[in-house]
Design a protein around this ligand. Structure first.
Ligand code: DCP
Ligand code: MG
Length: 434
């Protein structure tokens, strides 16, 4: 992109001059190996990065509706009881915030354009964002769909100083995905996260180790992690309003006020946060199981329960943006003995219909059951991030249709709750396991 200098200036209006980062473009990247060991050591002191997309859902939508750029835009369902999922910065100028009821937001900002969410698209873009992060360093700790911590200490020789790496990431995200990201860089996760929040939107802020404490001390207590509305009130009653006030308070009195959190908050006020960036271990499996009210030998009932569990599992798979390569069936008999059967499929799946089809085959493979069944479960294993897995090549056109239909179902479930839409078979009264 070559970050826009005007935007950079606007993004950090309140930063003291000495905290203003240098903003080199990609072309300024340090050639590998040119840094002295001392310089490298110095740069590695501030190598933790927090990267967060700006107004993520809105930004993704604006890629296909560029005419809405610069206007108040809200992503959310326009239904009575829905909440704002993402608001453009123009909408925020009217007071609109995420998690605010849509009705309130619409009153605050009647001119806002409201766009219904397309979650599948956001998960795809999320996978692409994480892939860009992963190409910079292995030390990536995703926090949510649009943000992650990165420790870039090991990438400095290859890619340059952390702030150059931050600009590289911002440039790649903009060029490859068409959205803007903000980057905070510091010696700890906590301070990096504060930095990215403070330079939003479309900014980058590096807080050097020696600048950390004075910078933190200029902030309100609410900037500290774990200090929410209630704690802010408790502290304000004692005249503790800024991080500097916390830092100046005797630890025993903070302990008295806040219990165990007192020590945590005190440490943060001095910039102490030793937690390392921990790459997430992706969930190994996702599943669901159900114990019947009465043990059963009824195949129809077992099938119906498997279908229900398949839907639950598939919804969670898609929610996590994952595909499964292996499906496992679990049966627990009346005497509590338990068996499992599993099958690996050739193409990764995330649709309930395919999970169900495999589960039924597995149930058939068990043959005659020695006694009644107490519990049945399905587990999706060998998970891949959906964006990295090859697109599901269905055996049959119907599978694609099922997948699309189930994605629509996920959206409806999110909107109206769990019970409103289920395949007709599951709506049959009676014989229910729940
Ligand atoms: N999100 C959601 N429900 C919420 C909050 C957020 O579905 N209550 C979704 C929509 C957001 C995305 O997660 O676009 C990322 O959340 P952020 O908190 O990072 O918010 P934004 O990216 O929208 O804005 P910001 O620029 O403040 O990061
Ligand atoms: Mg964001």
């Amino acid at each position: 992109m070559g970050p826009d200098a005007d935007k950079q200036q606007r993004a950090q209006p309140t930063m003291p001059a000495k905290l203003q980062p240098q903003l080199p473009g990609e072309r300024h990247l340090q050639p590998a190996g040119r840094l002295s060991e001392d310089a490298l050591r110095e740069l590695r002191r501030s190598s933790i990065m927090h990267v967060d997309m700006d107004a993520f859902f809105v930004s993704v939508e604006l890629r296909s509706r560029p005419e809405l750029k610069g206007r108040p835009v809200i992503v959310g369902y326009p239904a009575e009881r829905s909440v704002v999922l993402s608001a453009s910065y123009e909408a925020r100028a009217f007071g609109v915030r995420s998690a605010m009821p849509m009705a309130v937001a619409a009153r605050m900002c009647p001119s806002a354009v409201i766009i219904e969410p397309r979650h599948k698209l956001y998960y795809e873009v999320s996978g692409q964002i994480m892939a860009i992060f992963g190409s910079i360093t292995d030390l990536v700790e995703p926090l949510s769909v649009d943000e992650a911590f990165l420790d870039v200490g090991g990438a400095i020789r290859r890619l340059g100083a952390p702030q150059e790496i931050g600009e590289l990431i911002r440039a790649r995200v903009f060029r490859e995905l068409g959205i803007t990201a903000s980057v905070g860089i510091a010696a700890s996760k906590f301070v990096a996260k504060i930095a990215s929040t403070r330079c939003k939107p479309d900014g980058l802020l590096l807080i050097r180790p020696e600048e950390t404490v004075p910078y933190l001390h200029s902030l309100p207590v609410s900037a500290l992690w774990g200090v929410g509305g209630k704690t802010v009130e408790v502290l304000a009653r004692r005249g503790i309003r800024t991080v500097a006030d916390v830092a100046a308070s005797p630890l025993p009195s903070l302990r008295k006020l806040l219990g165990a959190a007192g020590e945590h908050v005190y440490r943060l006020s001095w910039g102490i946060d030793p937690r390392p960036v921990t790459p997430v271990r992706l969930e190994k499996s996702i599943g669901a199981e159900e114990t019947f009210a009465t043990d059963t030998a009824d195949d129809a009932l077992l099938h119906r329960e498997l279908l229900r569990l398949s839907h639950r599992t598939a919804e969670r798979l898609r929610g996590a943006g994952m595909h499964a390569r292996t499906v496992a069936l679990k049966l627990r008999y009346a005497d509590f003995s338990t068996i499992t059967r599993s099958r690996t499929v050739s193409t990764p799946i995330d649709s309930a219909q395919l999970l169900y089809a495999v589960a039924v085959q597995l149930l058939e493979s068990v043959g005659d059951r020695p006694m009644t069944v107490r519990l049945v479960g399905i587990r999706a294993e060998q998970l891949d991030v959906a964006a990295e897995a090859p697109l599901q090549l269905s055996l049959d056109r119907r599978d694609d249709n099922w997948r699309a239909a189930e994605q629509a179902l996920d959206a409806v479930t999110r909107k109206f709750g769990n019970k409103s839409v289920l395949p007709a078979r599951l709506l049959d009264p009676g014989g229910d396991a729940e």
